[in-house]
Design a binder for this molecule. Structure first.
Ligand SMILES: [Ca+2]
Ligand SMILES: [Ca+2]
Length: 267
């Protein structure tokens, strides 16, 4: 919280009165470090996203949910920006697991109507709608939390632009049979979206509502690996800013790009 722009502190001792007396003016103060700490977005330039053509472009992250510690019932958060060029049914943005009950975890289009999403887990899947999904950037976050603090059950929460839009009581058992993929369905070698994705983050913990809001940051991208309060739990982070699939989390899980482009269209 508190990521609000602070104006440059013009408190460097510039004084007309002292100037008239011929006093040598003190140099303007260098902005104190706290300005940078409070406003990381001002120092972060988001220059690239990942652009998929809807035909066959996708990323193989090279890591399984187990590699990131988010397999089975483990707490987890998956978040990213997305901007669809053309909506089409079934197309999957991020996908992991396998095709059996609660072993899958896939964010995909559930119908041909733009904005009709499904968080698929081969159980009672979670549907939610995101108006304006074509031609606009939206921030999606999925938070899974086991019942260790009185929820009454394990639960998953869906956030759009930092606000909760859906929740369901469910126990996941996320399979580590396959690598996590971006831009296709892990169960079906198909379902490629025509869309941009950016700033993909996977945490091995459940972000709180406040921490999801912090990640959304009122719509301004920032360096999650440096400035998010749960950066210690950030296990995979593709900013795409280098024009490749470098893992900016520091965990060196670079992905393999299969045909996608790196675009200057960014949130
Ligand atoms: Ca292609
Ligand atoms: Ca980026």
């Amino acid at each position: 919280m508190g990521k609000f722009y602070k104006p440059y502190p013009f408190s460097g001792g510039l004084s007309i009165a002292s100037s008239r007396r011929g006093t040598i003016l003190a140099p303007p103060l260098i902005p104190p470090a706290e300005v940078a700490e409070d406003n990381p977005a001002a120092l972060y330039v988001n220059i690239k996203s990942y652009d998929m053509d809807g035909v066959n472009d996708y990323i193989d992250t090279g890591v399984t949910p187990q590699d990131l510690g988010i397999n089975g019932t483990n707490n987890k958060t998956i978040a990213f920006w997305v901007n669809w060029t053309t909506w089409a049914t079934n197309r999957a943005l991020v996908s992991m697991g396998a095709g059996s009950s609660e072993a899958d975890l896939t964010c995909r289009a559930r119908s041909g109507t733009a904005g009709q999403y499904r968080l698929n887990h081969w159980g009672t899947d979670i549907d939610f709608d995101v108006a304006g999904s074509v031609g606009n950037w939206k921030h999606l976050a999925f938070v899974y939390k086991t019942d260790e603090s009185g929820l009454g059950s394990d639960s998953v929460f869906v956030y759009v632009n930092g606000s909760e839009v859906a929740t369901e009581a469910v126990s996941f058992n996320t399979s580590h049979a396959n690598n996590i993929v971006i831009g296709r369905n892990v169960v079906y070698d198909d379902h490629y979206p025509d869309a941009f994705v950016d700033e993909l983050c996977i945490f091995n913990t459940n972000l709180t509502a406040g921490e999801v809001s912090e990640l959304y940051n009122s719509g301004t991208a920032f360096d999650v690996s440096e400035d998010h309060s749960k950066k210690a739990n950030l296990k995979l982070y593709y900013s795409f800013n280098a024009g490749d699939c470098t893992d900016d989390s520091g965990n060196e899980s670079a992905g393999t790009n299969n045909g996608g482009a790196f675009s200057t269209t960014v949130p």
